[in-house]
Every structure is written in structure tokens, then in C-alpha cells.
Design a protein around this ligand. Structure first.
Ligand SMILES: NC(=O)c1ccc[n+]([C@@H]2O[C@H](COP(=O)([O-])OP(=O)(O)OC[C@H]3O[C@@H](n4cnc5c(N)ncnc54)[C@H](O)[C@@H]3O)[C@@H](O)[C@H]2O)c1
Length: 274
């Protein structure tokens, strides 16, 4: 999947405001599909962006994707390592003067379907280290910085998998359920201790990105069949695009959402309301 495919066509169709002008934003897993599209939306709305990823040299097309926009800074981050978080925040502050927004976006899935009784503990630990501990460590590091530097906003990536039971996607679903409640715990703790930091979660439905493409193509015979199935699960019969997720993330990071804290924003084309 190319970057331009991931950019879709909807970015230009969405009205772009300047709700985050001047804010400094760190996106974990920033070189992935949502990371890049979210970064683009932040840049279009006037923010400075740091793309922090375990594989900072994995993309050669960063310049091309962000052509015409202020260049984002790319840096190394392993979300499972507390020291790596400290260093990513240090790099951000050195480059842009402060940190206002953290998007805890890095995440992985289990490629092989697993019934609950077949969950492998090593795979569980791998997924939890990134999807759960990674979000905890990032949130901690951001709170420690933000509480003494004027506050900020944290947006976590959950999933509609956090809302319903699952036949064979247990480890991932449970990890996203943990993110859902973690966001509320962090939001309340930060508010009660007077940190001026909001913590919210965006829960996307299935979006066609590298994260799920390989697994879904294998499970449903072809990419086209999988996309058709995912679209048909939504009452609109349309697939959610990365741009839809990015718009929700930027909204929650912006001051338009200043009274929204500990909330869950589901971006699934209405799939969960059926
Ligand atoms: N694509 C979907 O349908 C979907 C649906 C719901 C939720 N989500 C969530 O959205 C987020 C982004 O998904 P995506 O589709 O863009 O995935 P993606 O695979 O395109 O991007 C994930 C990025 O995370 C990075 N990463 C992995 N391990 C890391 C680590 N230890 N430290 C730092 N970075 C690391 C990867 O290098 C990659 O760039 C994930 O948290 C995912 O669970 C995705």
C-alpha cells in the first residue's frame, strides 16, 4: 500500500481549520498508516509534528508525502522502553520548544487468529508490551512533562474491538479494552492532581491499512473481498478511511475539545450501533 493510497481522497474533502495552530505534537508509530495521515492533518491545521517510530528509516517517502507542508521531524522511539520515551520528548522539546499533544498511536495485531484457549503467552506479552505498556509509558512520560509545562492533551488509539466479544482476535481486543479504561484512569488522575491535561480515546472501526491488510486478505480470500465485507458491516456500506480517524484525533487534541476528557470517540461508520 503506497503512502498516496493511504492519503485517500478525503483529506481534501474535509474542511480544514486551524484548530491546532502552533501546537507541538508527538505521534508514536508515526510512520504507520494512521500516523502519517494524522500528521498531515495536524500540519494542515498549523501544528508542528514529530513522527516517532521504532523503525525511523523505514520510509523513503516522508518528503514526498508532506511536500508543501512544514517538514515533520522523524525520530526513533520504542514505546516499550521508558528511556526511549524520555529521549523522544527531549528531542521534541529541543526542536520545537515544548510538547502540547501526544498521540499514542503505535500498535500491533496478532496475525494468526487465536481462540481464547489458544492464546500464546509470548504473543500476548508482545502485543501487551506495545499496545498497553507502550501507551502507559507514553502517557506517564507526557504527563510528567506536561504537568509542569502548561498542560496538554493526550489522544490514545483504541478500537471497536474494545467494545464487543471476539471469536479469535482475543489478545488484540483485550489490549484495546485496557487502553479504553487506561485513558479514563489517566484523565481522572491528571484532572484531580491539577495537571491541565486531557486524555481521550479514538476507537476506529476496520480501516484498510497495513496493520490489518495481510491478515484480512488471508482470512477472506482477497483484499477486495475483505474490503467489501468490512464496508458491508457498516450501515453506510462504506469503509472508514484513515482521514476520518485523523480528523477525530485532531479534534480531541484541539481546544475545541477543551471540556472533553476521558471520552471515547468511536469512528466506525455506525457499525457498533446496530
Ligand atoms: N487499521 C485499523 O483498522 C485499526 C483499527 C482500530 C485501531 N487501530 C489502531 O490504530 C493504530 C495505528 O494503526 P495503523 O493501521 O496505522 O497501523 P500501522 O501498522 O500502519 O502503524 C503502526 C506503526 O507502529 C509502529 N510501531 C510498532 N511497534 C512499535 C514500537 N515498539 N515503538 C514505536 N513504534 C512502533 C510501526 O513501526 C508502525 O509504523 C494502532 O494502535 C492500531 O491498533 C487500527
Amino acid at each position: 500500500m503506497t503512502a498516496s493510497e493511504n492519503m485517500g481522497t478525503q483529506a481534501s474533502a474535509n474542511p480544514v481549520n486551524e484548530r491546532v495552530r502552533g501546537k507541538v505534537v508527538l505521534v508514536s508509530g508515526g510512520l504507520g498508516a494512521f500516523g502519517m495521515v494524522t500528521a498531515r492533518r495536524f500540519l494542515l491545521e498549523g501544528a508542528h509534528v514529530v513522527l516517532a517510530d521504532i523503525a525511523p528509516n523505514s520510509r523513503q517517502d516522508v518528503g514526498e508525502v508532506f511536500a508543501g507542508l512544514p517538514a515533520p521531524l522523524v525520530t526513533k522511539l520504542d514505546v516499550t522502553d521508558p528511556a526511549s520515551w524520555l529521549s523522544a520528548i527531549e528531542v521534541t522539546v529541543r526542536e520545537f520548544g515544548r510538547l502540547d499533544v501526544l498521540v499514542n498511536n503505535a500498535g500491533v495485531v496478532t496475525q494468526v487468529p487465536q481462540a481464547f484457549d489458544e492464546i500464546e503467552i509470548d504473543e500476548w506479552r508482545r502485543v501487551f508490551a506495545i499496545n498497553v505498556e507502550g501507551v502507559m509509558l507514553g502517557t506517564q512520560a507526557a504527563l510528567r512533562y506536561m504537568k509542569s509545562n502548561g498542560g496538554g492533551a493526550i489522544v490514545n488509539l483504541g478500537s471497536i474491538s474494545a467494545y464487543v466479544g471476539t471469536k479469535d482476535n482475543c489478545t488484540y481486543a483485550i489490549s484495546k479494552g485496557a487502553v479504553k479504561i487506561m485513558s479514563k484512569a489517566a484523565a481522572l488522575s491528571a484532572a484531580r492532581f491539577g495537571y491541565n491535561v486531557r486524555v481521550n480515546t479514538v476507537h476506529p472501526g476496520y480501516v484498510w491499512t497495513q496493520l490489518i491488510a495481510e491478515k484480512s486478505t488471508r482470512e477472506h480470500g482477497s483484499a477486495e473481498a475483505a474490503k467489501k465485507l468490512f464496508a458491508s458491516m457498516n450501515p453506510s456500506n462504506r469503509l472508514v478511511e484513515p482521514e476520518d480517524v485523523a480528523a477525530a484525533i485532531v479534534y480531541l487534541a484541539s481546544d475545541d475539545a477543551k471540556m472533553i476528557n476521558g471520552a471515547d470517540l468511536v469512528v466506525d461508520g455506525g457499525r457498533l450501533i446496530q
